[in-house]
Design a protein around this ligand. Structure first.
Ligand code: ZN
Length: 398
């Protein structure tokens, strides 16, 4: 794959390639991209600038957005068996993660950040449970949201989590902001989830949560008394005031008031039509990780159902503990293979502008228009039409 990520600079630059993608819906032939002061300043058909940089016969396109990663788990690549079931996988993951140690975990995350950028990603929605990736991301060229994840029932921890929410640095692009995530409806108390969501909202940050992923989650929220309920009791967690029973995880979060357009719900592989209606009504943002879902659960999210309701799902890769790469080109190719009815332009939007919207980065990321951030991706390819280009990009035939 011949990809080049070009990060913006303050000086004026004019780039040219045979093709220029403003967004998946607009691909121009023989246009230029003018940039200055880290922003796109214009897209003229031709430029008389003497210092024009001709990149070649490929395409200049927006950087991709990976809306769900766990970079802290990068060291677990190829170390876990997906075939033993989700519960066994979680158990193995925690044991391996502890055995590896924080220094090796951080080193692997550092390398993976580099790899993400080489593979065309400009921003991430990073979920952190150990706090290892905040500094790594802050000093990288990646933008996005670093989510500090809360888990359990102890609301006292929240004050520690709130303190490091620095102000949004608008002078630096792409912006990297800090926020909070809840782990999942069945692992985190309603009180802690509500408090974390409220804090994120008050700081004008997105809030993220894994939702409708495991069978244990669905059973527990539906009111099953064994299994997960017993596990929480064995951990000393009092669930007597958790309003579970006769409902789905999506309906449960709706009742808790957690679903709105600044919440990013991740996975959604166990949803009914009613659940999708709730997500559409509340304008909840959605991120899907199909390769990870397929590996861990042999299930896939209902992309057609989401699209039919006018929703704009983003794509994520989850971690290297549950899939082979953090490349969105790989993720797009998997979506094309498993969802032949989804339009190629839609798949490309899922890996770009939809992720930017989900993370609060639009309109400056996800498109190349005047005033957008001037970081971009150049892909060397030989195609004779916009439709062919999108085919090549989404099938990872580049
Ligand atoms: Zn995750």
């Amino acid at each position: 794959m011949k990809l080049t990520c070009i990060l913006p600079v303050a000086e004026r630059n004019v780039f040219r390639a045979r093709w220029l993608m403003v967004g998946p819906d607009r691909i121009l032939e023989n246009s230029c991209l003018e940039t200055e002061n880290f922003r796109v300043t214009g897209i003229p058909g031709r430029s008389s600038d003497a210092n024009i940089r001709d990149l070649g016969g490929g395409i200049i396109m927006p950087l991709l957005v990976n809306a769900h990663t766990h970079l802290e788990l990068s060291a677990l690549k190829n170390r876990l068996d997906y075939t033993k079931g989700f519960e066994a996988w979680v158990k193995d993951l925690l044991a391996e993660r502890d055995a590896i140690g924080t220094e090796a975990l951080a080193n692997a995350a550092f390398q993976e950040i580099d790899d993400l950028m080489v593979n065309g990603t400009g921003a991430v929605g990073e979920i952190s449970t150990l706090g290892l990736t905040a500094n790594l991301l802050s000093t990288s060229g990646l933008g996005g949201v670093w989510f500090n994840e809360v888990l359990g029932s102890n609301t006292d921890i929240l004050s520690e989590y709130v303190a490091p929410l620095p102000d949004r640095n608008t002078s630096k692009m792409p912006a990297l902001v800090f926020s909070l995530a809840g782990h999942a409806p069945h692992t985190t108390s309603p009180e802690l989830l509500r408090s974390a969501k409220k804090t994120a909202f008050e700081h004008c940050r997105p809030f993220s949560i894994h939702l409708a992923e495991s069978q244990a989650e669905s059973d527990f929220i539906n009111g099953e008394k064994g299994g997960w309920a017993k596990f929480l009791a064995s951990r000393g967690i009092d669930i007597s005031d958790w309003p579970v029973g006769n409902k789905s995880p999506v309906a449960y979060l709706d009742e808790l008031g957690l679903l709105d357009e600044t919440t990013l719900a991740v996975h959604l592989i166990r949803t009914s039509g009613q659940d999708l209606d709730i997500l559409a009504r509340t304008r909840t943002k959605v991120c899907l990780c199909p390769r990870s879902n397929y590996n861990l659960h042999q299930r896939l999210p209902d992309i057609d159902g989401l699209l039919a309701r006018g929703m704009a799902p983003a794509l994520g890769t989850d971690s290297l503990a549950s899939c082979d790469s953090l490349s969105l080109f790989d993720e797009m190719a998997f979506v094309r293979e498993k969802y032949p009815g989804v339009a190629p332009e839609t798949v490309l939007s899922m890996a770009g502008i939809n992720g930017a919207k989900a993370l609060g980065l639009a309109p400056v990321m996800g498109r190349l228009e005047k005033n957008c951030w001037a970081g971009f991706l150049y892909v060397e390819l030989e195609s004779s039409s916009p439709a062919q280009i999108i085919e090549s990009l989404t099938f990872n035939e580049i």
